[in-house]
Design a protein around this ligand. Sequence first.
Ligand code: SF4
Length: 92
Amino acid sequence: MWLTNLELAFLLAHHALPPANSDAGCPWLHKGRCTARAGRAIGCRVFHCRMAPERMADISAAFTREVQRIAEAHQIDLTYAELLESLAALRR
Ligand code: SF4
């Protein structure tokens, strides 16, 4: 799951950095449910949605544009990284 640095900051503003999961999955996944729903990234919000792929793509594109707009407004350089790798880097 890839996300921007802005989405990662948003996620961690809502949910403390958890310890790594022993099964190497997302540490916010418990008993098949996401426990980070308030702060989850765009990819998390549209993945597995039961809607037409075109609609998911439209929603993802719209929110990605919004992330880009926020980044530009605050002069933040957007970077993309894989979620679990980003969390591991933060724990080091
Ligand atoms: S939706 Fe995202 S944050 Fe939630 S458990 Fe899945 S990968 Fe983790």
